[in-house]
Every structure is written in structure tokens, then in C-alpha cells.
Design a protein around this ligand. Structure first.
Ligand code: TRP
Length: 334
């Protein structure tokens, strides 16, 4: 019953602007996967309802995240790129999995506990069953490969448990989905303030967004922390300096990187020059993506077509799974 094929599925939250960390940590992997596997990439608009977003801005967030993903290289012809709310089969499967999910295990989920602390006046049932909906997203396509970061590991473990429970009770229908990425470690893009990684919500001045204009990019980089420079040849780099080199390795040409590495090792480096160069290379990297995303977002007709095509592909795959599920559960009366 189970497919022996590898199928990729991931969800993208329609909150905030995409940043350089999303690009190198996730998107560029998706772009590679689309050449190698059948892929389903979904904008998780139903998930976002757990925090009661403003209904007037939802459309804008959803179209922006679609446009940004396409601008980064996701090809709606190659993958199924769709909105969760356009695939009602998701909510049917969610209901079935809800019957297999226990209150106790849902309450123990880290993301639930965090959210409950953040919004104590709105601890709704959707928040509690968030991992169940995520399981439905993945298993709707009987996907086994899920490109996500570490923060989603617990949700995936729950998805495997729910899949197992279903299979045990009703027969072998679902694979047990695993986190999937190229290489051992996901690329981590450091924050410009030297603390942690770039993130959607924390310190906007320390994060480079794909929608930032050229001047903001340059300014943010010029403000990155440096010091008076190395005093001994080839001494180890402090974290905040290494971070600048990490960024440079992502966007600058090899000879530029080699030049500043050598300048560091010989204690002749001028961080002002380095940040200026990095600013120009970063602008060269981000500006075309920003322009493409803006063009796509302005093209309503095109986006509508993308969403329709994506929904069609996702629903075709979902229909097959649900036929098998209903039959297995004894819900096929005629
Ligand atoms: N929970 C994921 C996040 O916060 C988003 C998501 C929703 C997802 N459905 C998914 C991720 C299915 C992978 C698979 O980023």
C-alpha cells in the first residue's frame, strides 16, 4: 500500500518577511530538491489561524510568501506549490488523526507550551492540535522526507507516532516521515549583532530580509560589530568577525574572500573596507531576488494561476490518500 518512492513535503508559515537565513537554511535546499524528488510545498495559512492573524492582511502575507519563494527559484511547474486552505482534504485527514492524538502528549509539546505562555488568553484547541494538522499536511501526500529545521523535530516525531498508530489500527498506509536535508548540518546564517542566527522576529536590524532596499542592506552591514583588528598573525577570529566571513562566503567571489582572509592573517585588515565590500556583494545578491519577488507579487493573474495549479496537484494526490484512508477506516459505505 505504501509508496516506495521518496516524496518531499514542507510547510512555510506566512508570517514575516523571508530573510537570508531562510534562503540559505531552507529555500536553496527546496530548489535543489525540486530537481530530484516529487515535492509539495505549502503555505501554512490554516496553521497561522491559531494565533488569530488580522484577516485583512492574510492575503498580503500569503501572496508575499508565494512570490518570495518563486523569486528564490521554486518552480510552480515542477513542484506543487499551494495554499493549505485550498486543499480541504487536509482538514478531513486532520480530523481522523485527531482521534488518534492524546490530550496528554499534545499538552507536552514544546511549541504548545511556548505559545500558551505567549498568548495566555487564547489557548485554543487549534493551538493544542497544531502538530496533528502538520501531520495531516505531510501524510496527505504520504511524504517521507520533510525538509525542516531542528525546531520542528518534535512535531515530526509526533507525526511518526500518529502514522504508526494509524497503520497499527487500520493497515499499512502511511510512511514515517523524517527530517531531510542535504549535508549533516543546515547552513546557519549568523545574526549581524553577533548573537545567534538571523530570525524573522528578533532584532530586525541584525537580520537581512530579501525585501530590504539597497541602503538598508548597506547600513545594517556597516553597523555590524567589529573591533580594532587582530594583533598577532593568524590569530583565531572572535565570533562576530567570523560571522562577517561566513556572510562573505555566502555571497562574495572567491578572490574577494581570499583577499580579506589574507588581510586578517597579516593583521592589515580594515573592517570598514570589508563591510563596504560585503555590503556591495550582498546588494548584488539580494536586489535581483527583491525585484523578482515584487514583480511576481504585483501580478495577480499569475499568482492566481500558480495557486490554482498548486491546489490541483495537491488535491489529486490528497484524493488518492483519502480514498485509501476511508476504505481502511471502514468509512466506505458504498
Ligand atoms: N510548523 C512548521 C513551522 O512552524 C510549518 C509547517 C506546517 C510544516 N505544516 C508543515 C512544516 C508540514 C513541515 C511539514 O515552520
Amino acid at each position: 500500500m505504501q509508496s516506495s518512492q521518496n516524496i518531499v513535503m514542507s510547510g512555510i508559515r506566512p508570517t514575516g518577511y523571508l530573510h537570508l537565513g531562510n534562503f540559505f537554511g531552507a529555500l536553496c535546499n527546496y530548489v535543489r530538491m525540486q530537481e530530484e524528488y516529487p515535492c509539495f510545498f505549502m503555505v501554512a495559512d490554516l496553521h497561522s489561524l491559531t494565533t488569530h492573524p488580522d484577516n485583512r492582511t492574510l492575503r498580503e502575507s500569503v501572496t508575499r510568501v508565494l512570490a518570495e519563494n518563486i523569486a528564490c527559484g521554486l518552480d510552480p511547474e515542477k513542484v506543487a506549490l499551494y495554499c493549505q486552505s485550498h486543499v480541504p482534504e487536509t482538514t478531513e485527514l486532520y480530523l481522523y488523526f485527531n482521534m488518534l492524538a492524546y490530550k496528554g502528549e499534545l499538552e507536552k509539546t514544546t511549541t504548545f507550551k511556548d505559545k500558551a505562555r505567549l498568548q495566555p488568553d487564547n489557548i485554543n484547541a487549534g493551538l493544542l492540535t497544531y502538530p496533528v494538522l502538520q501531520t495531516a499536511d505531510i501524510l496527505l501526500h504520504r511524504a517521507n522526507l520533510v525538509p525542516v529545521g531542528k525546531d520542528q523535530e518534535q512535531h515530526l516525531e509526533m507525526a511518526r507516532n500518529f502514522a504508526q498508530r494509524f497503520n497499527h489500527r487500520y493497515g499499512d498506509i502511511f510512511p514515517e516521515p523524517q527530517a531531510f536535508n542535504y549535508g549533516k548540518e543546515l547552513v546557519k546564517v549568523p545574526s549581524l549583532d553577533g548573537v545567534g542566527k538571523m530570525s524573522k522576529s528578533e532584532n530586525q536590524n541584525a537580520t537581512l530580509y530579501l525585501a530590504d532596499d539597497d541602503d538598508s542592506i548597506r547600513k545594517k552591514l556597516m553597523k555590524a560589530k567589529t573591533d580594532a583588528g587582530p594583533t598577532e598573525s593568524s590569530q583565531p577570529k572572535p565570533d562576530y568577525i567570523e560571522n562577517l566571513f561566513v556572510l562573505m562566503r555566502l555571497v562574495s567571489a572567491p578572490d574577494v574572500i581570499a583577499h580579506f582572509e589574507a588581510a586578517y592573517d597579516s593583521c592589515t585588515i580594515r573592517y570598514g573596507d570589508m563591510k563596504k565590500q560585503l555590503g556591495e556583494d550582498m546588494v548584488g545578491f539580494i536586489a535581483p531576488i527583491r525585484a523578482r519577488a515584487a514583480d511576481i507579487q504585483a501580478d495577480e493573474q499569475y499568482l492566481k494561476k500558480v495557486m490554482q495549479l498548486g491546489a490541483e496537484k495537491a488535491r489529486a494526490s490528497a484524493a488518492q490518500t483519502l480514498t485509501a484512508v476511508r476504505t481502511a477506516m471502514g468509512l466506505n459505505y458504498f
